[in-house]
Design a protein around this ligand. Structure first.
Ligand code: 6GU
Length: 295
């Protein structure tokens, strides 16, 4: 069995690189009227991955694809209403340029997946992040104002997969902050970007449970002790305690996730913890114990 890295490379139709060679695993194009918004992508793990040649990030100023003196990108909404809508022409030209530029690097038949951050998009989840991390090329169309003329998405969809995504049920001023979050969630899953691949295995949302609380030295701080079990050296007890904490924390903070847990994936101790905080198995999921239908 080949290792996952080389399988990924095959899937992307790339040559196997010698160990230590610079090999881009992902190209990212970001189109925005605020290209400076993406300066943080020079920092930390993503900045290091870029310098190591693991990811290739290109930022494009939408206004470079306008032709009027004022570099206009927006106009009044057809049909009336509040705010402004982004005109299609600069977007069309910007996306044409991104397609041509990426194809010079990735080959003449390469196609990006176009991600459009918008509060009306599909919910962005860890599963979606993992699926997108397997792609060779992602482009982000970051809209401002009331959004981008819908014809841009329709026209793009004739040439490439188009995926409107939302971070959650709240409204940001534009797609840039969301694109930063999505790029970070995706790139940290690429082999070699994160220092310690083990960090990916136990973290929140990989198995429908939130992460357990963590502690470090000193053992006592402002009259607060690190939980005794973590100082005990009993690995089985530590594992069980952490599992209990994950279940309790998920029940407390994210009842929507508890509802969707599959009872078949839980052991007797798990079920006992959930019962203690008021959740009982109900078919393929869970329900609150007191919310029984009267019989
Ligand atoms: Cl992806 N974009 C915008 N503008 N607002 C959001 C969002 C995205 N996700 C949640 N709110």
């Amino acid at each position: 069995m080949s290792d996952p890295d080389s399988r990924g490379a095959e899937k992307r139709g790339r040559q196997e690189a010698p160990p230590g060679a610079r090999t881009n695993q992902l190209r990212v194009d970001l189109i925005s009227i605020f290209p400076e918004y993406f300066a943080p992508l020079e920092l930390s793990l993503i900045g290091r991955a870029r310098r190591a040649g693991l990811i290739d990030v290109a930022v494009h100023d939408l206004r470079d694809f306008t032709h009027d003196r004022h570099r206009t990108v927006d106009d009044a909404p057809a049909g009336g209403g509040a705010g402004m809508v982004m005109r299609p022409e600069p977007w069309g030209e910007a996306l044409d340029a991104v397609l041509a530029g990426g194809r010079r690097m990735l080959g003449p038949d390469a196609v990006p997946t176009l991600i459009v951050p918008t509060p009306s998009g599909h919910l962005f989840t860890q599963n979606l992040a993992a699926a997108l991390a397997a792609e060779p090329w992602l482009a982000f169309a970051c809209g401002r104002y009331e959004g981008i003329d819908e014809r841009v998405l329709d026209e793009s969809a004739a040439h490439m997969p188009v995926l409107p995504v939302s971070l959650g049920d709240y409204v940001l001023n534009g797609g840039e902050a969301a694109a930063l979050a999505v790029v970070e969630a995706i790139t940290r899953l690429l082999p070699g970007v994160l220092g310690n691949a083990d960090s990916l295995t136990e973290e929140s949302h990989t198995d429908g449970l939130l992460e357990y609380p963590v502690y470090t030295k000193p053992a006592a701080w402002r009259d607060r002790d690190v939980p005794a079990v973590l100082m005990s050296g009993h690995h089985a007890q530590i594992r069980r305690w952490r599992r209990d904490q994950r279940l309790r924390r998920t029940a407390e903070r994210r009842p929507d996730l508890v509802q969707r847990l599959d009872p078949a994936t839980l052991d007797a101790a798990d079920l006992a913890v959930l019962a203690e905080v008021g959740w009982v198995p109900d078919g393929a999921g869970f329900r609150r114990a007191e919310q029984r239908v009267a019989d």
